[in-house]
Design a protein around this ligand. Structure first.
Ligand SMILES: CC(C)(COP(=O)(O)OP(=O)(O)OC[C@H]1O[C@@H](n2cnc3c(N)ncnc32)[C@H](O)[C@@H]1OP(=O)(O)O)[C@@H](O)C(=O)NCCC(=O)NCCS
Length: 179
């Protein structure tokens, strides 16, 4: 079965659904310590989430980030964002990518469509994209490889969940050296 969806910029009214999706990922992590998303140990409060979304949306409105939503069945079912690396160490040209699609909407091409649009939009804002992916997150790793991200390192066992270790691959795409 196919799912109809569109990829578009985030809107203010997406906030509650994006937060609800995010909370859903904590439930997935509870069931599966190998779940692919890097989440904080403590589920953030609703107040914290609202603050996060307000800041993220403001950054987007100011043109400082890329913040895309996949809409399906009239709601936000996936997000892809790129935020500037804020090290204050001459790394303003580096964008850090985040990607997540709600469970029931995976496997329909939504993640790939979000990433492709994100790369297009990022060309105007960043020179290099970077992201981290858990070694066991084979689906996400395959997607990033397919799109041309390159592996530049692996930190074994850097995440420990419920006593189990998970390593992380670091990947990048150089937007100035790749058309
Ligand atoms: C990773 C994720 C965003 C992929 O989104 P998706 O909409 O399910 O992926 P798509 O349907 O667009 O798949 C695109 C490509 O990704 C790869 N892929 C996706 N899921 C896969 C899986 N389960 N196994 C193998 N490859 C997979 C394939 O290369 C696929 O291309 P193909 O269909 O031509 O083989 C989604 O699974 C997700 O949100 N997972 C939980 C959160 C997460 O892990 N985020 C990434 C953190 S780094």
């Amino acid at each position: 079965m196919k799912k109809e969806f569109t990829i578009r910029d985030v809107k203010l009214e997406d906030g509650p659904q994006i937060i609800q999706n995010y909370y859903g990922y904590f439930e997935e992590l509870k069931r599966d310590p190998g779940f692919g998303l890097l989440l904080p140990e403590k589920k953030p409060s609703m107040a914290g989430e609202v603050r996060w979304f307000a800041d993220a949306y403001a950054r987007f409105l100011e043109g400082k980030s890329v913040f895309l939503v996949a809409e399906s069945d009239g709601k936000a079912v996936g997000v892809c964002d790129v935020i500037r690396k804020t090290s204050g160490r001459y790394q303003n040209h580096v964008g850090v990518v985040g990607l997540a699609v709600a469970k029931e909407y995976r496997g329909f091409g939504i993640g790939e469509a979000l990433m492709r649009e994100m790369i297009k939009k990022s060309r105007k804002k960043f020179d290099i994209l970077t992201l981290g992916v858990l070694i066991n997150n084979k689906g996400a790793f395959a997607l990033y490889k397919k799109l041309g991200f390159e592996l530049y390192g692996t930190l074994p066992d850097c995440i420990k969940r419920k006593g189990k270790y998970f390593g992380e691959h670091e990947m990048y795409m150089h937007l100035k050296r790749r058309r």
